[in-house]
Design a binder for this molecule. Structure first.
Ligand SMILES: Cc1ncc(COP(=O)(O)O)c(C=O)c1O
Length: 411
């Protein structure tokens, strides 16, 4: 059986000494020394841009706080205060996970769903512009998603925010480890708050956790205070707050994840390139940066499978391959958001959501396992077509695919 996901957080057994040190220190949370070491190591090692990072207990809470912080700040700077008797919008794609829409709802906003680009599956600039044109002043925040770990154009969002005065929070849940077009860590140099997840199923796998990065040091300071009950002065709330702190044990897992992270992302990137090479007739997401920290491998089924994806997943399972359907249903069609969200034209979202298939991609996967998955998928897709040579027999020679490791298939 090839599982869809196989989370591999750092080995707890190997952390015995460091766990003992936490116990002896008597400091278990409250932005303790291990948390500080992790934030510094991430900031200096990955982003190195004069910005800062603050950890959170998960990315959903991180999104909730970041949305609240930027909206409050933008409102405070307005000459005319917004009418608080009406709910305002958080503009976001519907082709995403429910977390950003939930975070907006908890921040008192209504998700306003826009369509995605048909190539990179992130919010389309045209769809966003159309929504801003239509709803203007009523949009309190824009929350784009760096879809499936891909990079998105952060400079465009900085310009959009400067032009419209609408703050932006980036949902980059799966993008820790992705590299932008200049080969820098995604989010490096960006003033906008970029929220990453460290959930067990992410490439930066820990358990539960997240981190927010920005070069806006004042904003990171505010988020740190917000995450500690809004205590701007000792035991006294000065701003809205909640408890978003990562425990010292969680921070230790994150710190130890950093040690082998580069190799983890590089291996996943190689596997993704092999998928693309072995499935040349299928459509994949267009990658915007120089490296994507794939959480799994998304692909579009051929058009004739529109509406039949569940059949494909069941047949793959019968052949020993786990697969999933992210994101189907997309957020706007989920019952809570049918009632609580507002959607524009979502025709690309709907087309992609009906055909998208998520294939296995995990740290211990080999090239041979990728070939096994591809063979199973092609066999399912070719039921009504003549049989062809299995892809396992067509694995390219070492060096034949850019970035492919040339590992011998597992027998
Ligand atoms: C796009 C997206 N945003 C946010 C989240 C929330 O992350 P967390 O589980 O750390 O709260 C997820 C989780 O899978 C996600 O996929």
């Amino acid at each position: 059986m090839v599982p869809f996901l196989r989370p591999r957080p750092p080995s707890l057994r190997d952390l015995g000494d460091e766990l003992g040190s936490i116990e002896r220190s008597g400091i278990f949370t409250n932005y303790g020394p291990v948390n500080t070491r992790f934030e510094t190591a991430l900031q200096d090692g990955l982003f190195a841009d004069g910005g800062a990072c603050v950890t959170v207990c998960n990315a959903t809470i991180g999104l909730m706080m970041a949305i609240r912080a930027v909206v409050e700040r933008a409102d405070a700077g307005r000459a005319l205060q917004p009418d608080r008797s009406t709910r305002r919008y958080a503009l976001m794609p519907s082709f995403t996970f429910a977390a950003a829409a939930m975070a907006a709802d908890w921040a008192g906003l209504t998700p306003l769903f826009c369509d995605i680009d048909e190539h990179d599956w992130a919010s389309s600039a045209e769809a966003e512009d159309a929504m801003i044109g239509r709803h203007g002043e009523n949009i309190a925040v824009i929350v784009p998603y760096a879809t499936f770990g891909n990079c998105i154009d952060l400079d465009r969002y900085e310009r959009l925010s400067a032009r419209t005065g609408i703050p932006v929070v980036i949902d980059a849940a799966a993008s820790l480890g992705s590299l932008d077009g200049f080969g820098r860590a995604f989010a490096a140099g960006c003033t906008l708050p970029v929220v990453f997840s460290m959930h067990a199923t992410k490439t930066f796998s820990t358990g539960e956790g997240g981190v927010i990065h920005s070069t806006d040091l004042e904003l990171i300071r505010t988020l740190r205070i917000m995450g500690n009950f809004g205590f701007g002065i000792p035991r006294s709330a000065t701003i809205p707050g909640l408890n978003s702190k990562l425990s010292e044990v969680g921070a230790l897992l994150a710190l130890s994840r950093l040690r082998d992270f580069e190799a983890v992302v590089a291996h996943r990137d190689n596997l993704a390139r092999l998928y693309r090479a072995l499935l040349p007739d299928l459509v994949f997401q267009e990658i915007r940066g120089t490296r994507c920290a794939y959480q799994f491998m998304p692909v579009l089924l051929p058009a004739r499978f529109d509406g039949r994806r569940d059949e494909v997943i069941a047949e793959l399972l019968a052949r020993g391959v786990g697969a999933a359907a992210y994101f189907a249903p997309h957020v706007a069609e989920q019952p809570f958001f049918l009632a609580r969200g507002v959607a524009g034209d979502l025709s690309v979202t709907e087309r992609i959501s009906r055909r998208v298939l998520s294939l296995p991609l995990w740290d211990e996967m080999t090239d041979g396992i990728v070939a096994t998955v591809c063979d199973a998928l092609l066999a399912v897709c070719r039921r009504d077509r003549p049989a062809e040579e299995p892809v396992a027999a067509r694995l390219p020679p070492p060096g034949g695919v850019a970035g492919w490791s040339g590992q011998v298939p597992a027998s």
